[in-house]
Design a protein around this ligand. Structure first.
Ligand code: TEU
Length: 513
């Protein structure tokens, strides 16, 4: 495949490895299962896949607790399975991102085992140990993202720091040996020819040196940029590879500081996912994101869903209405420069699943008593037939809910109005138009209920994308002769080329070229 900056406008499809396809009937997805479904992913029209962690792990946090960064957990297969999957993906024209988790290891990682077995081990300083305060309490007030204190006592009485689960001790990035280990890990996968890395909690690595109280001191320290500078040098030794950082901050100006020529290629932009279905707010958020990331010389990313977030049709109100709204926002985002990151199952219109309390797995459910993340992690629904829905012949690790019977690949293949067909059409059009589109985006004034963006083509035409968030259709005036409607996310759009009047259905988006 040609190298270059392929990542700039790549559409990336997140595969949650445990829940995509199970080849051996143990109820857990695996690499061979993914390989068997790559044709589906390629036909969808995406450019790349991102594989969530498949490394050996005790699975206290679904594999984001790693015991060996250079191997495959037997539940998911072997390194040979990985190589086969990568080769087949490449043969189908799909690039592959793998996940790297540098902020913390598993408590069962040999480094941490050495660190707690012997205070004088050199690996003791690879983690963040501190003696208790005088009254035995933790060294400071930092909180774990998953609930409770960020400090847990080791058997020898010292506390170790964990910004996430107590099974995920944070590494000490002030120790150069940690840097060397991760350079070797990157090179291991780069040599196997992965195309990029998704970096877990890329804003977490450095904590305030003096452990000043207050959670803001536990995250997002400028020193982390030194790591990205080094990593960029490592990756630039290889042709056409990229980093996308999970910078889980809602301050876009700050997130944009993580990207650039000597930093990361891209960073997730979670702000749109938090934005309500409202034209005025969406317009302002998207416009600002575009300005910031294009100015940085890189490109923006667009995220509506992933394995941590409540699925977007549910956030948009749920039911057919939530799905309709999700399709509308997706159509708008796919018209923009930058990289949309899609999450498996959104192309079927899957909503957050209802997972009964006795089937819950996510540590945040138990530690926070909150909503937990299992509802967005239930398996892919391939076929109508229960109980396995084409995902497994065994007992799935998380159960399917009612929607699996109606929202699955088999049924949606057969229905031209399905969400699956909508995604295929939008992605095919995006690919067809992309080479002729300029990166500049226009923001013509429009009805308050509509977001209108324009992208000029090199041959003097214009792509106009319009999102209408109102509960009724809206009319807009485009240039007479502006072209024809090529995409409509729901309902029926009308464009009169004679007068230039465009009618956009309620809660829908259209493209005119
Ligand atoms: O997520 C980081 C993160 O900040 C999220 O945990 C988020 O705060 C949380 O989901 C809100 O409920 C990454 C991974 O994507 C996540 O799956 C891991 O649990 C986490 O890092 C720790 O590795």
């Amino acid at each position: 495949m040609a190298a270059g900056a392929w990542w700039r406008d790549a559409v990336v499809y997140e595969i949650y490895v445990r829940s995509f396809a199970d080849s051996d009937g143990d109820g857990v997805g695996d690499l061979a299962g993914i390989r068997s479904r790559l044709g589906y992913v390629a036909d969808l029209g995406v450019d790349a896949i991102w594989l969530t962690p498949f490394y050996p792990s005790p699975m206290h946090d679904a594999g984001y607790d790693v015991t060996d960064y250079c191997d495959v957990d037997p539940r998911f297969g072997t390194l040979a399975d990985f190589d086969l999957l990568l080769a087949e993906a490449h043969a189908l024209g799909l690039r592959v991102y793998v996940d790297v988790v540098p902020n913390h290891t598993s408590v069962e990682h040999p480094w941490f085992q050495a660190a707690i077995a012997d205070r004088s081990s050199p690996m003791r300083d690879w983690y963040i140990f501190r003696p208790p305060a005088a009254d035995g309490s933790p060294p400071n007030d930092w909180k774990s993202v998953f609930g409770g204190s960020a400090w847990t006592r080791a058997p020898d009485g010292d506390y170790y720091l964990h910004l996430f689960d107590s099974s995920q001790p944070d590494l000490n990035w002030r120790n150069p040996a940690v840097h060397e280990q991760f350079h070797a890990i990157l090179r291991f996968w780069l040599a196997r020819e992965v195309d990029g890395f998704r970096i877990d909690v890329a804003h977490a690595l450095y904590k305030d040196r003096d452990l000043h109280p207050g959670d803001r001191n536990a995250w997002d320290q400028d020193e982390v940029f030194g790591v990205w500078r080094e990593w960029r040098k490592v990756i630039d030794d290889y042709d056409g590879r990229a980093f996308v950082g999970e910078v889980f901050l809602y301050d876009m100006d700050r997130v944009a500081q993580y990207v650039g020529r000597t930093r990361l290629h891209q960073a997730f932009n979670f702000v749109v996912a938090r934005t309500p279905f409202d034209a005025t707010v969406l317009r302002a958020t998207i416009r600002r994101s575009l300005e910031l990331f294009l100015r940085s010389g890189t490109s923006p990313t667009w995220v509506l869903s992933n394995h941590d977030l409540v699925r977007h049709p549910t956030r948009y109100g749920g039911g057919e209405r939530g799905v309709r709204r999700g399709r509308a926002v997706t159509a708008l985002l796919l018209a923009l420069p930058g990289s949309p990151y899609l999450y498996q199952g959104e192309e079927l219109g899957l909503e957050q699943s209802d997972v009964p309390p006795d089937r819950r797995q996510d540590p945040t459910w138990f530690r926070q008593g909150g909503i937990g993340r299992d509802g967005c992690r239930t398996p892919m629904t391939w076929t109508v037939a229960a109980p396995g829905h084409g995902f497994t012949t065994g007992d799935p690790w998380l159960p399917f809910d009612e929607q699996a019977r109606a929202r699955n690949v088999e049924l949606e293949e057969a229905d031209p109005g399905s969400t699956l067909h909508f995604y295929r059409r939008a992605l095919a059009l995006r690919r067809e138009l992309a080479p002729s589109l300029r990166r500049s985006v226009g923001w013509p004034d429009a009805h308050a209920d509509c977001v209108v963006v324009t992208r000029p083509t090199r041959d003097g035409r214009t792509l106009t994308a319009v999102l209408n968030t109102a509960r009724a259709s809206r009319q807009l005036q485009l240039d007479a002769g502006a072209g024809a409607v090529v995409l409509c996310s729901a309902g029926r759009a009308r464009f009169d080329p004679g007068t230039g009047t465009l009618t956009v259905p309620a809660e829908a988006a259209v493209w005119v070229v």
